[in-house]
Design a protein around this ligand. Sequence first.
Ligand SMILES: C[S@@+](CC[C@H](N)C(=O)[O-])C[C@H]1O[C@@H](n2cnc3c(N)ncnc32)[C@H](O)[C@@H]1O
Length: 339
Amino acid sequence: MSFARYKQYIEDGDTIILFLGFDNTLSIRVSKGTISQTRYGALRHSELIGRKYGSQVHCPKGYLYVLYPTPELWTVNVPHRTQILYSTDISLVTLQLDLRPGSVILEAGTGSGSLSHAFVRTIMPTGHLHTFEFHEQRAEIAKKEFEVHGLSAYVTAVCRDVSKDGFGVDDDIADAVFLDMPSPWPAIPFAKKALKKQGGRICTFSPCIEQVQKTHDVLKENGFEDCSTVECLVRNFDVRTTNLIIPDLGDDNNDETSKMEKNQGQNSLSENSSVDSNKDETQNDKTGVKNEANNSTSKFPSYNLVGRKVEDNFQFKSGVAPTSMPGHTGYLTFATLYL
Ligand SMILES: C[S@@+](CC[C@H](N)C(=O)[O-])C[C@H]1O[C@@H](n2cnc3c(N)ncnc32)[C@H](O)[C@@H]1O
């Protein structure tokens, strides 16, 4: 009973997440008297009860951390009965469907319930999720999982083919509809009926662009507007330090031409920006770098073209974009039904 309300201490019956290392987590249901095997050896559940979420637990061969099961952690630990939605797509779906506490959502299909858990967290405590799955066994497992996670008050999980039979809910009750199924278009007219009179948002998730094309056609036929399709990818940048060796262009004090240029520069500086070059040989230049390089013979340091002292290397950090963008999961198509 740990998903519905945040709490500090682990109780018997809680589903918790074990953090075993980077990218290595595991979900277990705490049950007094049970022993789970982990890579660090046996973990006695009775030792977990009463412990604070986030604390370190020692096993015979190492230690792990016990974490509160957020929807994000559940998504990476959910037993896969189907393909699932991951947090990257879920974040955009939540934003674009304008979900908030109190929202009423229709979802089909339930699949493994990854998205459903995130939906429930967003719409609690006054909203409701109606989720539909036509695969009997999957629908049953999902329903049981919601119960075990203490979410039954916020979710109604139904075994139903929404393409054939619609959603079976009252008309005008939903703020948003989400469809993750191979052929979402037959469900669109039913979604329209279920959306509130004042309008609402719909989203479909489809891996192939042909599904998207068909969905757009049917959305338009049913009076949906603002149709748009996006793909949500995480673009990680590598942060790299680049070291540029600044070329030494020679000692300009021995160069007659540069001496002349320097004198000209000196004159124009004194005329135009009122810098009194006789005042102080270590005076800062405009870049704020002290004149230390040539203070015996010149009032100007030896700077290269980028305005740095010659003896310095030029180091900077920059983000390097990936050359390719793997990670396609599917296209998210959003549309609005207006009043
Ligand atoms: C990819 S899964 C959904 C995964 C889910 N979004 C998640 O995050 O766990 C698609 C599910 O839709 C169900 N489905 C397909 N067509 C359906 C229909 N007409 N009515 C109800 N469920 C349907 C499938 O049985 C399958 O379980």
